[in-house]
Ligand binder design. Structure first.
Ligand SMILES: *Cc1c(COP(=O)(O)O)cnc(C)c1O
Length: 381
């Protein structure tokens, strides 16, 4: 099955009892048993729920994976991956990381004796230099948030292949439409389903996908033991969103490159960070491992100050100022004070997240309206 068919059909079938073409919302906590232990495959909805199971099968198919697991948020999914480790283990990650992931690593799991190293992983040798016998996990986010750096997934997985180190890729920005990390050798793929996969800014959800049966068994054990599972209503909304993922992503990409080109030529803009631009420092890697370049970009204003950046994001019309990304509507954000406020300024600046950096999540509105919005806002600041 090709990707554009999988979004609509993979893992799904009409409801056997009624013929309902859409997966029903099984809003139930428990299931009747005929005699103790004799049931139809479901016992209790933390352990398993038919609506969730349909979504998990569908999402795993999108990533060309064997096993899929859904969680009540992206961070709950990440939490589960780190719980595969134990005190004394070490993790290597990228310095340009989603703020909430950084907070979970450093403010929660450091307290449990897990050590985290951060480096510029766009050069995979920086990662290799940090590997020791204690290293158990490499956590990669690509494209990174908010600098849109691209990390070579295949190079990293090949380099640690013989070492019993798991590689997990946060594939939220790319979505399975643009990039499939399992095919590039990664062990686990993570998604904030909240973003492009859900696509309509109406749910909070996370997912993990993997191929290895042992890893999957441990993750299923943790999912059931820790209990951060999504409800059936949200699983239904995610399934509904996924049906148009390929169509939405195509338009996100078309609008993304147009806006990147527009901003690159504008005299009030200093830098535009978009992996689809030929002058982007990791454009070659992006071209190799992604199908297209997505709807996320960031930029710095000329001679820009914190005040000007704040003015810009408050004055746009269609680009609404809000946290989050990946919905059909365009959003803008100011990473230094919003999504990345949890990262100390010194760390932020190291990876280029200046006080004046602005991030756009380009939606699927008409491109003329979006460009008009940016053009008229730039005139005002
Ligand atoms: C939003 C996001 C997360 C966290 O997901 P939630 O669903 O908000 O918990 C993790 N990684 C990236 C790249 C994100 O954008």
């Amino acid at each position: 099955m090709k990707f554009n068919t999988k979004t609509i059909h993979a893992g799904l079938s009409a409801d056997l009892s009624t013929g309902a073409i859409m997966t029903p919302i099984y809003q139930t906590s428990t299931y009747v048993q005929d005699s103790p232990g004799e049931h139809k495959g479901f016992e209790y909805s933390r352990t398993g729920n038919p609506t969730r199971l349909a979504l998990e099968k569908n999402i795993s198919a999108l990533e060309n994976g064997k096993h899929g697991l859904c969680y009540s948020s992206g961070l709950a999914a990440i939490d589960s991956v780190i719980k595969l480790l134990k005190a004394g283990d070490e993790v290597i990650s990228t310095n340009d990381l989603y703020g909430g992931t950084y907070r979970l690593f450093t403010k929660v799991f450091e307290n449990y004796g897990i050590k985290f190293h951060f480096c510029d992983a766009t050069n995979y040798e920086n990662v290799l230099n940090l590997v020791s016998e204690k290293t158990k996990l490499i956590w990669v986010e690509t494209p990174t948030n908010p600098m849109l750096n691209i990390i070579d997934i295949e190079k990293i997985t090949l380099a640690v292949k013989s070492k019993q180190i798991l590689v997990c890729v946060d594939n939220t920005f790319a979505t399975p439409y643009l990039q499939n990390p399992l095919d590039l050798g990664a062990d686990i793929v993570m998604h904030s389903v909240t973003k492009f996969i859900g696509g309509h800014s109406d749910i909070i959800m996370g997912a993990l996908i993997c191929n290895n049966d042992d890893i999957a068994e441990q993750l299923f054990f943790l999912q059931n033991s820790c209990g951060a599972v999504p409800g059936p209503q949200d699983c239904f909304l995610a399934l509904r969103g996924i049906k148009t993922l390929h169509v939405r992503m195509q338009r996100h990409c078309e609008n993304g490159i147009e806006i990147a080109n527009f901003l690159s030529k504008h005299n009030k803009i200093k830098n535009v960070f978009y992996p689809g631009l030929i002058n982007h420092k990791n454009h070659d890697i992006a071209k190799k491992q992604m199908k297209n370049y997505g709807g996320m970009l960031s930029f710095d204003l000329n001679n820009s100050s914190l005040k000007k950046a704040e003015e810009f994001v408050s004055k746009t019309h269609f680009f609404t100022l809000a946290e989050s990304l990946g919905g059909v509507e365009s959003l803008c954000g100011h990473p230094a004070s919003m999504t990345h406020a949890a990262i100390p300024k010194k760390e932020r600046l190291k990876s280029g997240v200046t006080d004046s950096l602005i991030r756009l999540s380009v939606g699927i509105e008409d491109i003329d309206d979006l460009i008009y919005d940016l053009e008229s806002t730039l005139k005002k600041v």
